[in-house]
Design a protein around this ligand. Structure first.
Ligand SMILES: Cc1ncc(COP(=O)(O)O)c(C=O)c1O
Length: 433
C-alpha cells in the first residue's frame, strides 16, 4: 500500500544528508569575522586589509575563470545591478524565460523595463534560440538566460542570436554554480553572469548573491551600483580607514553583502567541487536506473556540458505514466514514500501567483503593455515542463548509493499503484525557488 494511504514507506528511518553542510572550520571562519569587529564593507576597517566580501568576489571570479566578481546581498540584486550596468531601462524590453523563479522578471521591472516572457524547451525548461529569435523586437535590449535545475540552456545557439542581434546577454546561473560548457564556466558567455547564493543553492549562505564579468567597465559600474555609488580603494584600506571610496560616477543603492555572510561563503566555496563530484556520481546512478521504469527519463543535458552542477535533480515522465494523476499528486506520494520533499517545478511565470506587477503603481503601466503583447501567446513548453517534471533538492544526492535505490524503488512503487493515488487538493505553490 502507498505510504500516503498509510502503507509502509520505502524509506522510514534513515535520514537524508543535512543541508547546508558545515563543520568546525565554518564556525572558526564565522568567529574570525565576528572578532574582526568588521561586520560590513561599509564600515571602516579596524585592522586594515581587504574585506571578506571583496575576497569572496575575487575568489568566486577565479572559481569561474572570470576576471571580476562582485559580492551582493541577493541574486535578485545581482540581476538588478547587471541590468543597470548594461544601461537597460525605461523603453527597453528584456527577454526572460517563462520557466524560472520570479526574480529575473521582477528585476527587469525594477529597472523600469518590460520583461517579455518567452516559452522554453519542454524537456529542459530552458530558453531556446528558436523561442528567443522569435521574440526579439526592435525594443529588445537584453536577454536573461536561466540555466535551470540540473541542466544548461543551449549557449552556443543563444549567443549566436544575441550576437547577431546586438543584444546584451545576462546568464542567470543561480541554479548552476560551476556548470561548464566546453570547459568554460557558465556565466562567462554573456556580458554578466549572476548567481543567487541563497540557503537552498548548491553554494549557499542564507541570503547572498554575486555577479561576474570579464569587462573592467561593467565591474566598476556594478561595484558602484551595489554600494551607494562607491567603489573600492586600490589595495584595501590601511588600519582605521574605509575601503569604499566616494567617487560616485554611477548612482547606486545598498546591495552590499555582510562580512559574516562572506565568511560563510569563503568556507563553503572550497567544498563545492567535491560536492559536485558526489552529486554527479549519484545522478549517474539514478540515470542508469531510470530507463528501467517505463515512462521516466532524466532531464537532458546538452552535449557540450562537461561539468554539470545539480541544484534540483529533475525526472521527466511521459503523460499517462502515473495514470490520470497530476504531478502534484505524484510528488505528494513520493514525498510520503521517501521522507524527503519531491516537488513539481513552480508554476511558469505566465501563471505564477508571485508575479503581481499590477499591485505596485510604478510597475503596473509597463506590465499592462507586456500583457497585451503576450496575450494569446501560448507557452506550451513551459506548461509541459511544469506538469511532467519531478524535482529533488540537490542535497538528496550528497549521500550514498542506497539513497538512489530508494528513489528508484519509490518511483516504481508510485507508478505501479498510481490508480490508488488520492486526489491532491491543489498545486503546491511552495516548490523550492
Ligand atoms: C534562477 C534564479 N534567479 C534569481 C534568484 C533570486 O535569488 P535571491 O533569492 O538570492 O534573490 C533565484 C533564487 O531562487 C533563482 O533561482
Amino acid at each position: 500500500m502507498l505510504a500516503i494511504l498509510g502503507g509502509p514507506p520505502v524509506r522510514a528511518a534513515r535520514p537524508w544528508p543535512r543541508w547546508p553542510q558545515y563543520d568546525n572550520r565554518t564556525a572558526a571562519e564565522l568567529l574570525a569575522a565576528l572578532h574582526s569587529s568588521r561586520w560590513s564593507v561599509t564600515w571602516y576597517s579596524p585592522n586594515g586589509g581587504k574585506s571578506r566580501e571583496r575576497m569572496f568576489g575575487e575568489a568566486f571570479a577565479r572559481y569561474n575563470g572570470a576576471d571580476y566578481g562582485v559580492s551582493v546581498d541577493h541574486g535578485s540584486s545581482a540581476l538588478v545591478i547587471a541590468l543597470e550596468a548594461l544601461d537597460v531601462g525605461p523603453g527597453d524590453e528584456v527577454i526572460v524565460p517563462a520557466m524560472t523563479w520570479v526574480a529575473p522578471a521582477t528585476a527587469v521591472l525594477r529597472v523600469g523595463a518590460v520583461p517579455v516572457l518567452v516559452d522554453v524547451d519542454a524537456a529542459t525548461g530552458c530558453l531556446t534560440a528558436d523561442h528567443l529569435g522569435a521574440a526579439v523586437s526592435p525594443r529588445t535590449r537584453a536577454v536573461i538566460v536561466v540555466h535551470l535545475a540540473c541542466t544548461a540552456a543551449e549557449l552556443d545557439r543563444i549567443t549566436a542570436v544575441t550576437d547577431a542581434a546586438g543584444l546584451a546577454l545576462i546568464e542567470d546561473c543561480s541554479q548552476a554554480h560551476g556548470t561548464r560548457w566546453a570547459g568554460r564556466a557558465v556565466g562567462t558567455f554573456g556580458q554578466i553572469g549572476v548567481f543567487s547564493l541563497g540557503a537552498a543553492k548548491s553554494l549557499a549562505a542564507g541570503e547572498a548573491g554575486a555577479a561576474i564579468t570579464g569587462s573592467p567597465e561593467l565591474y566598476r559600474r556594478m561595484l558602484m551600483l551595489r554600494a551607494d555609488s562607491r567603489g573600492y580603494t586600490d589595495d584595501g584600506p590601511a588600519p582605521g580607514e574605509y575601503e569604499l571610496v566616494e567617487d560616485g560616477t554611477v548612482m547606486g543603492a545598498n546591495y552590499c553583502m555582510s562580512e559574516l555572510t562572506a565568511a560563510l561563503l569563503l568556507d563553503q566555496l572550497p567544498r563545492l567541487d567535491d560536492q559536485h563530484t558526489i552529486r554527479e556520481t549519484r545522478a549517474k546512478e539514478l540515470e542508469a536506473g531510470l530507463p528501467g521504469i517505463p515512462g521516466l527519463a532524466p532531464i537532458p543535458v546538452p552535449a557540450p556540458v562537461d561539468r554539470r552542477a545539480v541544484y534540483e535533480y529533475g525526472i521527466r515522465f511521459e503523460p499517462g505514466t502515473f495514470g490520470d494523476a497530476t504531478v502534484d499528486q505524484v510528488a505528494a506520494a513520493l514525498t510520503a514514500e521517501l521522507g524527503t520533499r519531491v516537488y513539481p517545478p513552480r508554476a511558469p511565470l505566465h501563471r505564477s501567483a508571485l508575479l503581481r506587477p499590477h499591485t505596485k503603481p510604478r510597475f503596473a503601466r509597463w506590465w499592462a503593455g507586456a500583457v497585451e503583447r503576450a496575450a494569446g501567446r501560448p507557452l506550451p513548453g513551459a506548461d509541459h515542463y511544469r506538469d511532467h517534471t519531478l524535482l529533488l533538492h540537490h542535497s538528496v544526492l550528497l549521500g550514498r548509493r542506497g539513497d538512489v535505490d530508494d528513489i528508484l524503488t519509490a518511483l516504481d512503487k508510485v507508478r505501479t499503484h498510481a490508480a490508488d493515488l488520492p486526489a491532491h487538493p491543489a498545486p503546491d505553490p511552495k516548490g523550492m525557488a
